[in-house]
Design a protein around this ligand. Structure first.
Ligand code: SF4
Length: 73
């Protein structure tokens, strides 16, 4: 079984143009500045598949999947 994963964003690399939340709108929201709002929890298998698509869609390579920490619910 694969380890649970979470989404993470490098805010210094993010250009805020929205390819991620345009690709996975059910998973990633955006604030009024156009910056992504990520779910701060472990992703389900279906969410992880959508997250992979969002990571691939980010032209700045600012978005990544990371192993969930023990404290993440
Ligand atoms: S696609 Fe990448 S650069 Fe664009 S808003 Fe999302 S994380 Fe930021």
């Amino acid at each position: 079984m694969a380890a649970s994963q979470m989404l993470a964003v490098d805010r210094s690399a993010c250009a805020g143009h929205g390819m991620c939340y345009g690709t996975a709108p059910d998973l990633i929201d955006c604030d009024d500045q156009g910056d992504p709002i990520l779910p701060e929890r472990r992703l389900s298998d279906d969410e992880t598949a959508a997250a992979h698509d969002a990571v691939a869609a980010c032209p700045e390579r600012a978005l990544s999947l990371v192993e969930a920490t023990a404290s993440a619910s």
